[in-house]
Design a protein around this ligand. Structure first.
Ligand SMILES: *Cc1c(COP(=O)(O)O)cnc(C)c1O
Length: 374
């Protein structure tokens, strides 16, 4: 095999979606050019209203990225130096980074190996007098048990910021993730379930005062222009991105349903292969990623073999947050999170993945595992 064999099946292919929507996207961009309302223009306000209606939440506030959404949520809740926020070690760095960015300390609790999400039953033992909030991450689009998280939060007077970067459209017991805690923080990074064609993010909240503070923070800490009250951010959702997102939003239910169907087919096709653990098909799962666990230390080998078959895969995430250079040595070992980082392998999924392509992936995985066993 040559190390540079091209990946014929990328982990995510945005081209089918772009081909389908190109005329509408071009028209939407054209309207922004005609109006020249590039900052906080008409499409931002319309998108905020449309996404609030879709999520069933009172306020939707467009910001520059998912990371900024997390930071602004924490700032709006008054979380800063001396405070602790409980979260999962098995996530993208932006989760813990946002906590560190406001000067607070991320406190990790291990994941539940069945869901790969933070295990709510471990939260209470991690609470100290400095704990101010819980930041659950709906990893891969799989909703965290928000009933349990909210129960614990209410009992201990803690705030809840849901990291919904991977869970746009996911539901916990029928309710949209991101609308259950004090804030939901979403990312429109191009590869997310609802992706822009650049950076973008959003905050969702049902609290009028928190929404007002978040809107103030996103424009340099000012409610009234040139009357800055605090150090804020330059973190607005671009009008151009909002215009693109408005074209895409009406398709999200169909796209997420397709992702769930792809996941179901994968689970069916991989059933009974020894050494692979498939994800749970929970209700409301948005399958941002379809992630299996490859056991017995064979993950990297399987990934290389799939690459030789032209199949793109990703490891989300190879290093748990507590083991990153920035935090190394400050935390104990989180056993389940550590193991997940060694076993997780995400296969191609997305609204554009057709049945024939999926069958090719399944055939390759099956072939690779059959040859491993011999
Ligand atoms: C993508 C992501 C973020 C950050 O979103 P950006 O828009 O890239 O800033 C935060 N948390 C998680 C879990 C993510 O996957």
């Amino acid at each position: 095999m040559t190390a540079t064999a091209p990946l014929q099946i990328p982990i995510l292919d945005l081209k089918p979606e772009i081909d389908e929507l190109r005329p509408e996207i071009m028209a939407a961009i054209g309207r922004v050019l005609d109006r020249t309302d590039f900052i906080m223009g008409e499409d931002v306000h319309l998108f905020e209203a449309e996404v609030a209606a879709y999520l069933g939440v009172k306020h939707a506030i467009g910001v520059n990225s998912g990371t900024d959404a997390l930071v602004i949520a924490l700032r709006a809740l008054g979380i800063g130096p001396g405070d602790e926020v409980i979260t999962t070690p098995f996530t993208f760095f932006a989760t813990a980074e946002s906590i560190s960015m406001v000067g607070a300390k991320p406190v990790f609790v291990d994941i539940d190996p069945a869901t790969l999400n933070l295990n709510p039953e471990l939260i209470e033992a991690a609470i100290t007098p400095a704990t101010r909030a819980i930041m659950p991450v709906h990893l891969y689009g799989n909703p965290v048990d928000m009933t349990r998280v909210m129960e614990i939060a209410h009992k201990h007077g803690l705030k809840v910021v849901e990291d919904c970067a991977q869970s746009f459209g996911a539901r916990w017991q029928g309710t949209q993730t991101g609308t259950i805690g004090d804030f939901g923080a979403y990312s429109f990074f191009p590869s997310k379930n609802l992706g822009a064609y650049g950076d973008g993010g959003l905050l969702a909240t049902n609290d009028d005062a928190l929404a007002d503070t978040a809107r103030m923070l996103r424009v340099h800490g000012s409610r009234k222009k040139y009357h800055n009250e605090t150090v804020g951010y330059n973190s607005r959702l671009d009008t151009m991105q909002a215009a693109i997102l408005r074209v895409k939003l009406p398709h999200i239910e169909k796209w997420n349903a397709h992702r769930r169907e792809v996941a179901r087919q994968y689970n069916e096709g991989l059933k009974g292969i020894e050494g692979i653990v498939t994800p749970e098909l929970t209700d409301g799962h948005a399958f941002h990623q379809y992630t299996v666990r490859v056991q017995s230390g064979r993950r990297d080998e399987v990934q290389q073999k799939l690459a030789a078959h032209g199949i793109g895969t990703m490891i989300y995430y190879p290093i748990p947050q507590d083991e990153l250079p920035i935090y190394k040595g400050q935390y104990p070992v989180y056993e389940h999170s550590s193991l997940a980082a060694q076993e997780a392998l995400s296969l191609p999924i997305g609204p554009g993945l057709d049945a024939a392509t999926q069958q090719r992936v399944l055939k390759s995985v099956t072939l690779i595992f059959t040859s491993i066993q011999q």
